[in-house]
Write a protein that binds this ligand. Structure first.
Ligand SMILES: NC(=O)c1ccc[n+]([C@@H]2O[C@H](COP(=O)([O-])OP(=O)(O)OC[C@H]3O[C@@H](n4cnc5c(N)ncnc54)[C@H](O)[C@@H]3O)[C@@H](O)[C@H]2O)c1
Ligand SMILES: [Zn+2]
Length: 384
């Protein structure tokens, strides 16, 4: 373990490619001391976006320099559009312009966009240079910074070009969450709830008890959520790095979510986590409709999403006018769908998720119709 007195330390057990995840306040200020043991040299290039550069780059710079590390930075625009071929090329050129070598470590400081883009660049620059994730959104701290999926979007869809490339260290400084807008916190929180729904009913109960406080700024609740989420993700990734099996459970709610995001466009009208929240509620409905899950569990999920202000239907996402058929067509093209079959993560109840292939399109159509797409709104039964 890299160790840090008041940080929680977890480990992703992937043998020689294993790494620590440190979670806690003030980590950016101590980044040099914390990262030095895993760095091959004394040189760091920080990749970040404009918004995060203004807020947190100074602390990371200072922290690295205090540890005797020379720091340069590259600031990208930010936003989902930044995960593009053009931005990847510019970033690689900027890295090569600076004459990085194999002993240089790239630090990705920002949300999932910066992490995915900088991680992918690190995986191909000089055929691979070390990188450290310094996530600054709740979504990135609980999900995208751990597990080694990197990549960019293409005109064919999101995340269709990328690599599995693990970071050497994750520094999740929970102080950075204080500057994150409430809507981004809520979106990241959806992925926190997801871990409870997949295989940890006790953690879902914790969410019911602490979710509101977390959203309202309770630092201890935020930290606990990040630690428990990273623990769940680390366990899953260690068991199935390349998603041959169990890692697929992390896609609970995501077949619906990806269709919603595609329908909304990627301009920020619907955030990923918002789509995931609605997608999880719909996955529970679908599980109930197919006879896998008690209806009370689906209602309990809906109640918690409502209590935390998260969407629970496509209607809540402003997508009530989309036809079920066009959404289902998008689901058939999802990168996880095989041969056009509809694949979903379904549940036998809260904390009991499983992968279901070949889900009948008609069942999905009925859920979408009932829960706020096209023909729907008729039987909307959301409880507050
Ligand atoms: N690799 C993975 O396993 C994985 C998993 C889930 C999601 N993702 C990807 O992550 C991306 C979404 O990540 P995201 O939600 O972090 O979005 P993001 O990186 O776009 O960040 C959201 C916004 O918050 C700003 N921001 C970041 N940190 C801030 C802070 N501390 N204070 C104030 N503003 C801050 C950013 O500038 C941006 O405008 C998507 O592209 C998605 O595909 C990847
Ligand atoms: Zn997600």
């Amino acid at each position: 373990m890299t160790g840090a007195d008041d940080a929680s330390a977890l480990h992703v057990d992937l043998g020689a490619r294993g790494y620590d995840i440190l979670v806690g306040p003030g980590l950016l200020d101590r980044a040099g001391a914390l990262a030095a043991p895993i760095m091959r040299g004394k040189r760091a290039v920080v990749v970040t976006d404009r918004a995060v550069a203004d807020l947190h780059l100074g602390r990371l710079r200072g922290g690295l320099e205090a540890g005797g590390i020379a720091v340069e930075d590259i600031v990208v625009e930010g936003g989902e559009e930044t995960k593009s071929f053009d931005d990847l090329r510019s970033l690689l050129d900027a890295l090569l312009d600076r004459r990085i070598d194999r002993a240089t470590t790239i630090f990705a400081l920002g949300g999932g966009v910066v992490g995915d883009l900088a991680g992918f660049a690190a995986s191909v620059a000089l055929r691979g240079v070390d990188f450290v994730q310094a996530p600054t959104t709740l979504l990135a701290q609980v999900d995208s910074s751990v597990g080694g999926k990197t990549g960019i979007n293409t005109r064919h869809g999101k995340n269709l070009v990328g690599s599995f490339y693990q970071p050497r260290l994750v520094l999740a400084d929970t102080d950075t969450l204080a500057t994150l807008p409430p809507r981004e916190i809520a979106a990241g929180y959806a992925e926190v709830v997801k871990y409870g729904l997949i295989d940890d009913p006790d953690f879902f109960a914790w969410c019911e008890g602490h979710g509101r406080a977390l959203l309202d700024g309770d630092a201890a609740a935020r930290r606990e959520a990040v630690v428990e989420s990273c623990r769940a993700k680390a366990r899953t990734v260690a068991a199935d790095e390349r998603e041959a099996g169990r890692r697929a459970l992390l896609n609970l709610g995501h077949t619906f979510a990806h269709a919603a995001e595609a329908a909304a466009g990627y301009g920020g009208a619907v955030l990923h986590g918002e789509a995931v929240a609605a997608g999880m509620a719909l996955a529970f409905d679908l599980s109930v409709a197919l006879g896998h899950c008690p209806a009370e569990d689906a209602e309990r999920v809906r109640r918690h999403l409502a209590a935390t202000g998260l969407p629970a239907d496509f209607e809540d996402l402003g997508l009530a006018d989309r036809s079920a058929d066009s959404l289902i067509e998008t689901m058939r093209q999802d990168k996880k769908a095989e041969g056009g079959a509809l694949t979903f993560v379904l549940v036998r109840g809260i904390g009991h998720a499983f992968v279901a292939r070949d889900v009948p399109a008609e069942a999905v159509r009925q859920i979408l119709a009932r829960r706020g797409s096209a023909s729907g709104r008729l039987e909307k039964t959301v409880s507050a």
